[in-house]
Design a protein around this ligand. Structure first.
Ligand code: SF4
Length: 380
């Protein structure tokens, strides 16, 4: 029945919304309905005010979930979920003090620092990831920045070329980069560069003191100017207030162009880090964050990222319904445990999800045609 309502709403986003849940506080429910309608009719916008996003975020949860789903179904092929693999190609020993990170050399987490992995090992991992259905291969190095790492950087350029040549999207997360390095990565064929903002500008100094929010925005600018897609999101469960979650989404949604990809992570509290005792994030918090991200950045890939291992299949199903359309596959997510491969395959089958094919360049993804959307909705 709910699906029938959704199918109907595709034709008339105005017809549902606040009225469908009359017991909800009218003003908040109306905010999510209006924002969703505008996202569907007008596409992405960068002029969001923070109170506007706060109003969407504060909507009664079922309204928010419903409107996130509505945007998702209108803007994306909503059954498609991209599988990405994230490999730590240079683990541990990082000089930064990110409070959540077991790879910081400042915390005693028992993690052994390693050198940059060699080409054979990385290419083997990429082939395995491709065979397992991943269409994006992400390489993460625990560095503050790549400046002054010429030899390693040149090796990474080589890895990017090789993996792109295998027909996969390639992403790197190597810390701060300069303009010149972004241009070289672009030339090598890099699809996307990940650099998360983590949280709001206000809460950021509680989490990291060794580089500033503006340093991060600067790296994003270099990536954008080089013509590489931006992958940037954050982590919830760091002890931040809900206003900080809204602040993060507001910064991302008011960048000159929305990130192509927005990872939403739930903190995985690792023993030995300053955040080891943080309370686990609840599924409702993830859904609220994902649905708001989907409404305010309608075209972005919203990635259900770290912390997924703690969520059951029905809980993940709600995240996909709210607007998530990507997961990380593989045993590990950098250094922390990730979901089991077979369990993910079973989940795709049960939920009727379809692995998303890779897409290259920065061409705009074509939205599904109206007929295709109706067929998808009708067959659910
Ligand atoms: S920069 Fe990256 S690897 Fe280094 S401590 Fe921060 S999150 Fe960890």
């Amino acid at each position: 029945m709910a699906m029938m309502l959704l199918a109907r709403s595709l034709r008339s986003p105005l017809a549902v919304g606040a009225a469908a849940f009359s017991s909800a506080p009218a003003a908040s429910a109306a905010a999510a309905a209006a924002a969703a309608e505008r996202a569907i009719l007008d596409g992405p916008r960068n002029d969001w005010s923070r109170p506007e996003i706060q109003a969407v975020y504060d909507s009664p949860l079922l309204d928010l979930l419903f409107h996130g789903a509505q945007v998702h179904r209108n803007v994306h092929k909503f059954r498609e979920v991209q599988q990405c693999t994230l490999l730590s190609i240079k683990t541990g020993g990082c000089s930064e003090d990110c409070s959540y990170c077991p790879q910081s050399s400042r915390y005693n987490t028992g993690l052994k620092a390693q050198k940059l992995m060699n080409k054979d090992a990385i290419l083997e991992a990429a082939i395995k990831a491709k065979e397992a259905g991943s269409t994006r291969f992400c390489m993460g190095a625990a560095w503050r920045e790549t400046i002054g790492r010429k030899t390693n950087f040149n090796q990474i350029l080589e890895y990017v070329k090789e993996i792109r040549g295998m027909g996969m999207e390639v992403c790197c997360t190597l810390g701060m980069i300069e303009k010149q390095q972004a241009e070289e990565l672009k030339k090598a064929g890099l699809t996307a560069y990940n650099h998360n903002l983590d949280t709001s500008r206000e809460y950021y100094p509680n989490i990291i003191t060794t580089r500033s929010y503006d340093d991060r925005l600067q790296t994003l600018q270099h990536v954008r100017e080089a013509g590489i897609s931006i992958c940037s999101g954050g982590i919830i469960g760091l002890g931040e207030a809900e206003e900080d979650r809204v602040g993060l989404l507001h910064t991302l949604a008011t960048l000159p162009t929305h990130p192509e990809s927005v990872p939403i992570n739930a903190l995985v509290a690792v023993k030995g880090t300053p955040l080891e005792d943080q309370k686990p994030v609840e599924i409702w918090e993830m859904i609220r964050m994902i649905a708001t991200a989907r409404i305010v950045m309608p075209k972005a890939m919203v990635r259900l990222s770290a912390g997924r291992v703690r969520f059951s299949m029905p809980e993940q199903a709600l995240c996909f319904l709210a607007g998530a359309n990507s997961i990380f596959a593989g045993e590990k997510l950098l250094t922390t445990a990730n979901n089991d491969f077979d369990a993910d395959q079973a989940m795709f089958k049960i939920l009727g999800l379809i692995p998303k094919a890779p897409s290259f360049g920065n061409e705009e993804e074509a939205a599904p045609a109206d007929t295709e959307r109706s067929e998808q909705a009708a067959s659910m």
